[in-house]
Design a protein. Sequence first.
Length: 325
Amino acid sequence: MKTRILVAVAGIVVLVGAAAVYVGMAAARNRDVAATGTVSLAPGPRLLVRSTADASRGHLVTVSAADLGGPRAVSPVTCARVYASAGTGLCLRQDGDLTTYQLAVLDSGLTSKREIPLVGLPNRARVSPSGNLVAWTVFVTGDSYNGGVFSTRAGILDVRTGELAPTLEDFAVTLNGKPYQAVDLNFWGVTFTRDDHTFYATMSTAGHRYLVRGDFRAHTIVSVRENVECPSLSPDSTRIAFKSAIDDDPAKGWRLSVLDLASGRVTPLAETRSVDDQPAWLDDHSVGYAIPRGTQHSDVWTVPADGSGVPRVLVPDAESPAALG
């Protein structure tokens, strides 16, 4: 029953190990990197990314939406994963010189407003369109059902009220119309609607992966459909960009697609390489995502959301894209 979960996670372990190594190296190597320009998370026509360039690896960078190949503003703030919306940023980062991690809620000027320890390795970060809710995913070990390999934990924080759901595993789950409980529930890749309580995420159990819809206020989760991972809701709230396991087998890689929520129609995108990332909508018509290049570099690519066109590099030496405008 657990074979597919173990295969999927095993394929990630090497990447996670490499990520942990280069995050640690970046902290030492980039300690003296000075900011060039001003990085702000305030709404505007800019793209926020995490740099993977040698001189600024891990630092938060913004580039003009009108000139993505132009000058970069580089912040002294470093993160392992980042996202921002409506002037609120979520930075998953090392806890100082320790080998542990924390999440930091940032204001538009990159000042940390709240910090929470993380048990696990950072993997995904999202902020609601209003900036009021933040969500994160980490890899963890030690779950008895998983034989000592990695599982996932996803949590949500309301930055206005301080209400914290440290793990979605505490929510009441309905699977295929029936109440469901299992020790192997895993959640990751949260994305928010505009009402500040509804969200979508991935849930895995018994070797299957599901798109689920959750209610942060009611602490409930309902399955929507199978084989949808790392969902990302479009700005107009009508579509979900996601990755799906090829032939329903994560060992074969993932294909980027877009789900129309009203019709249920799925449109495979023009990117045919395996993409192990949570896509980010850059506008109503295109999505961005990271493709690794070697062990320490990656580039942000983009592709039209309607299945047309061809993939192209949007920002070299970058990952974790978030459109601020």
